[in-house]
Design a protein around this ligand. Sequence first.
Ligand SMILES: NC(=O)c1ccc[n+]([C@@H]2O[C@H](COP(=O)([O-])OP(=O)(O)OC[C@H]3O[C@@H](n4cnc5c(N)ncnc54)[C@H](OP(=O)(O)O)[C@@H]3O)[C@@H](O)[C@H]2O)c1
Length: 244
Amino acid sequence: MKALRRMLVWISGASAGIGAALVATLAGDAEIVDLSRRGGTPGTQHVAVDLADPASWPVVEADFRRRLAGFDGDTVVFIHNAATLSPLGPAGSTDSASYTRNVLLNSAAAQVLGDAFLRAVAGTDHDQHLIMLSSGAAHKPHEGESSYGAGKAAIDQWVRAVGLEQQRRHPGCRVLSIAPGSVDTAMQAELRAAADEAFPEASRFRDLEARGGLAKPEDVARTIWSLLDRDLPNGSVLHVKDLS
Ligand SMILES: NC(=O)c1ccc[n+]([C@@H]2O[C@H](COP(=O)([O-])OP(=O)(O)OC[C@H]3O[C@@H](n4cnc5c(N)ncnc54)[C@H](OP(=O)(O)O)[C@@H]3O)[C@@H](O)[C@H]2O)c1
């Protein structure tokens, strides 16, 4: 990463998994804000939000604006990483309230918070980056995670369209999506623990773990940070395996 960069960084879901690893692997001078329910990751300022609740979205937008107003560094970054698998199971058979939360977090929050970030940074002259965490499930349908996969597909198409829009702005925000591959986090453990009726591919993930096939969150996090310095077209939809 470029030397002497002074950064203001928001990460949704920095309390665990890849989000916490992003915090642990960010070198240099950065104010890091964790947008999550639990918080507790050292080196972050915690804004306690349940991002599946639309009432939290204006709270995040206000935080974008307030911190940006007092920031005189070079680079601003929002990594939208928070997501949920719950409820795993066929559409039409899961709890409706839980299904609704899945749609709100995985699909709606990503777009609304992305829009809020772009509005907050428009007109500033910082180096601007918006990175969305996607998944292979955006492209390949998996029984049992319909709204998760649909949310990730929505993220990818949002990034493609907004990347084209931002190319017209000077300076524009660089908008990317990245699928991290299979990473050793609580989310992966949830897949392995799923009943085969709810998620028929659970056994594939059990085998993958048994073969040592899961990536370490810190390795994936370093690849994600490398995106800030890579020469990539705005709106690129990427997979970690194509980068490392
Ligand atoms: N791990 C993999 O193999 C894998 C594969 C493909 C894609 N991904 C993607 O990578 C990203 C990170 O996944 P992970 O494996 O690190 O997941 P994880 O270990 O389950 O962590 C999820 C993070 O999201 C936050 N989060 C969940 N629900 C939230 C809510 N309602 N409001 C606010 N924050 C919430 C959690 O924080 P709180 O609980 O504190 O709120 C936590 O920090 C996700 O976008 C996921 O879809 C992961």
